[in-house]
Each structure stands twice: as structure tokens, then as C-alpha cells.
Write a protein that binds this ligand. Structure first.
Ligand SMILES: [Zn+2]
Ligand SMILES: [Zn+2]
Length: 135
């Protein structure tokens, strides 16, 4: 399954397409990914072979790198949504799973950096699940 995968930001200014397959999918609970995502963990897809094409709004894409680290985030300058980025001098495509509009074949392979997870991030499978908003 190496079709085109579509993605976009929340405001719609940035749209992109990925051609090819993802090799890895990790849920990272490290403190940088928690800050970066505003959530319990990052959810990033990785590929050394897929190609990223910006369809709209490439000039709106900003990239921030935490000084002295390899942690880097790309986002829409208008709405702040996480967007794909190239790392390792262009060798590795990193795609936030939530930025995609197309279904993907790969499932997360591991929760990583769990030693660094939020103190409330335990037994989340025990939390009630609702189909919509709380009543
Ligand atoms: Zn946007
Ligand atoms: Zn992380």
C-alpha cells in the first residue's frame, strides 16, 4: 500500500501529500514530546523512503529546534498545528500522525520513553470512553 497519503493543518492553509510507506510509528512520552504536542505523548510516523510534497502553504511552515538537542517541531504559523518535517539532513521523514487526513496501514509499534511519562499517564485504558462530549 504505497498510495498517496494526504494531510493538512487545522486552518487549512497548509496541505501536503506523502508518497510511499512508513516504516515506524512510535508514541513518545518524553517531556519534549509532551510539551510539543500538549498531550500525553507524541504520535509520529517515520520513513526513510517516502516523499513529502507540499501542496499549499509551504511558506507558512515554521520549524523550531530545541537548542542543543535533536528535538524539532514543524508547525503552521497561523494555527500551530503539527506538520511533517525532514530530519537527519533530509534522510528521515517524520510525520505527526494527527496531521493526516488519509487512513494509514501501519499501527503504533511501541510506547517509548515511558519512564518520562506524565504522572497522570497510568492505566489510561481504565478511563471511561465516550463516543461524544461528556453530558
Ligand atoms: Zn494552519
Ligand atoms: Zn519524545
Amino acid at each position: 500500500m504505497a498510495g498517496n497519503i494526504a494531510g493538512s493543518c487545522l486552518c487549512g492553509a497548509v496541505r501536503f501529500q506523502i508518497t510511499g510507506a512508513f516504516e515506524q510509528f512510535f508514541l513518545c512520552h518524553c517531556s519534549r514530546c509532551r510539551k510539543d504536542s500538549g498531550s500525553a505523548h507524541g504520535a509520529n510516523l517515520f520513513s526513510a523512503t517516502a516523499r513529502l510534497t507540499w501542496l499549499a502553504g509551504e511558506d507558512q511552515v515554521k520549524t523550531y529546534r530545541v537548542p542543543g538537542t535533536r528535538h524539532q517541531k514543524s508547525f503552521c504559523a497561523e494555527c500551530g498545528s503539527a506538520l511533517p518535517q525532514l530530519q537527519m539532513a533530509g534522510a528521515l521523514l517524520v510525520v505527526p500522525a494527527g496531521s493526516l487526513d488519509s487512513p494509514i496501514a501501519i499501527r503504533p509499534q511501541a510506547h517509548i520513553c515511558c519512564a518520562d511519562r506524565a504522572d497522570w499517564d497510568t492505566h489510561l485504558e481504565d478511563v471511561p470512553t465516550l463516543d461524544g462530549l461528556p453530558g
